[in-house]
Design a binder for this molecule. Structure first.
Ligand SMILES: O=c1ccn([C@@H]2O[C@H](COP(=O)(O)O)[C@@H](O)[C@H]2O)c(=O)[nH]1
Length: 233
């Protein structure tokens, strides 16, 4: 198993509290190096969970998907940068001014802002339900262009959109893809999915995978199998 395969894989620790998080980390051992802290865990535990994960040596992706007026988004991004996280998220639907304001708060922290496009739980019908009648791929491309033109160099999208984004932007973008499921795995609420190997071959920089690991009988074995699949892609 190569170290670079392990570093392309981010485990989404969508856990209810710190103690269940630490139990899961004990079971995962050295099989993961990146942890995603999302809304559930951060709302329960606050910034202390991020500080503890950083102290334990993990790289941290804080996925709170900021979407607010420009000043509020900017100050939230500044707080994330002060916490020392490696990546954080904004919704590109927040618009040009919000994206630029958020980007301006990164400073010299080295943190990467990822712009969320169309959630991977959306299919075409759900997109139409919020009033967007273009194909999902067009909406993703439109939001990525808006992000790019306002300074964003990181994107969250489904693996299905990778080919067109790589064809347009080459390696200029760091592209993080949730919506990843091992072959035959339960999709849950995810709609636009690929396997780990397919997503890597399509050009993902990082894969975010949660329940296939956190819900596995042996999370370490599940994480190692995904890393092997990434390495062999
Ligand atoms: O479009 C998006 C943006 C973020 N996510 C997050 O990724 C993980 C995926 O977890 P699974 O258990 O592998 O489905 C989760 O934390 C989401 O909040 C996303 O799925 N789609």
């Amino acid at each position: 198993m190569s170290a670079s395969a392990k570093e392309k894989f981010i485990v989404a620790l969508d856990a209810p509290d710190a103690s269940s998080t630490y139990q899961l980390l004990d079971r995962l051992g050295d099989s993961v190096s990146w942890i995603k802290v999302g809304l559930q865990l951060f709302t329960a535990e606050g910034p202390s969970i991020v500080r503890e994960l950083k102290a334990r040596g993990y790289r941290v992706f804080l996925d709170l998907k900021f979407h607010d007026i420009p000043n509020t988004a900017k100050e939230a991004v500044a707080s994330a940068a002060k916490l020392g996280v490696d990546m954080t998220t904004i919704h590109l639907g927040g618009g040009a001014k919000m994206i630029a304001a958020a980007q301006s708060a990164v400073g010299d922290s080295g943190m990467l802002i990822l712009g969320v496009t169309v959630l991977t739980s959306f299919d075409q019908a759900q997109l139409e339900g919020v009033g967007v009648h273009d194909p999902v791929e067009s909406q993703v491309s439109r939001l990525v262009r808006l992000g790019y033109d306002n300074g964003a160099r990181g994107i969250v999208c489904s693996p299905l959109e990778l080919p067109v984004l790589r064809a347009t932007y080459g390696d200029e973008l760091t592209i993080v893809t949730p919506g990843v499921r091992p072959a035959g795995g339960d999709k849950g609420d995810q709609q636009r999915v690929m396997t780990p190997a397919e997503a890597i071959r399509a050009g993902a920089s990082y894969l975010v995978i949660g329940r296939p690991i956190t819900g596995a009988a042996d999370p370490r074995a599940a994480a190692l199998a995904i890393t092997e699949e990434i390495a062999s892609a």
